[in-house]
Design a protein around this ligand. Structure first.
Ligand SMILES: [Zn+2]
Ligand SMILES: [Zn+2]
Length: 240
């Protein structure tokens, strides 16, 4: 499945809903990837080889696959027949490791000390990242470049749209600061986020105050979902 270049306009469009637009673009890219894979790439030889390495998908994306359309159960059956077969072959290679001395058993599980069966467990681990996660990271990277390039040129439309969406979440802010091509882009990112954090602190204080029984009669206003916006800001958008 070829990746189409991410345009500035997709970032602008992703700002139409509240929350980090980069998170939104990444989530959508992973969803499209899964739908495309289930729909027409299940029998693609390199794709299947990659899925044997990654042992299918990560937990999150595994449980998104049943939603990938009517043909999802059959597509999943093809993919996971391979994965289960791969795991079964590996399982037959594992051998019991006799326990070491008592001190070894006590240290097992401590920082830097692997259990006696660590090598066995490794044999059953994925050797590649989830391909849907990989696609998400790739598209998020392209979106961040589109954002930082536009901010570097003081793009007024993007500035306005980012303000409207609530800016970038912390994980994506860190990547954007790292990619900022000039001081202008860097300053926009810092100033915009700092202004939003200051406004959020005021709203969180108000939310906390109004939860006091003495002020409950006042009722909540726009600060009602400030707690939700705070966790979105720090952790990234919720994934549907
Ligand atoms: Zn984000
Ligand atoms: Zn994943």
């Amino acid at each position: 499945m070829p990746i189409t270049p991410l345009s500035y306009h997709e970032v602008i469009e992703a700002c139409d809903q509240p929350g980090c637009p980069i998170c939104r673009i990444g989530t959508r890219a992973a969803e499209r990837y899964l739908a495309g894979l289930i729909y027409d790439s299940v029998n693609d030889v390199p794709t299947r080889a990659g899925l044997r390495e990654s042992l299918g998908f990560c937990h999150e994306h595994t449980w998104r696959t049943p939603e990938a359309g009517e043909s999802a159960p059959l597509g999943i059956a093809f993919i996971y027949r391979d994965v289960v077969n791969t795991l079964n072959k590996r399982l037959k290679q594992v051998t019991f490791q006799p326990s070491g001395p008592a001190i070894w058993r006590q240290l097992k599980g401590s920082v830097g000390v692997e259990g006696k069966n660590a090598s066995v467990a490794k044999l059953l681990e994925a050797t590649a990242v989830c391909p849907a996660c990989a696609r998400r990271s790739e598209m998020e990277g392209l979106a961040i470049t589109a954002v930082t390039d536009a901010l570097a040129q003081n793009d007024p439309r993007l500035l306005e749209k980012l303000q409207q969406a609530g800016g970038l979440c912390l994980p994506h802010l860190r990547q954007a600061l790292d990619k900022a091509p000039n001081q202008t882009a860097f300053d926009h990112l810092v100033n915009m986020t700092s202004a939003r954090m200051e406004a959020l602190i005021v709203e969180l204080d108000e939310f906390i105050r109004k939860n006091d029984y003495r002020f409950q009669h006042e009722g909540f206003n726009e600060e009602a979902d400030s707690w939700l916006r705070a966790i979105r800001l720090v952790a990234g958008n919720e994934r549907p």
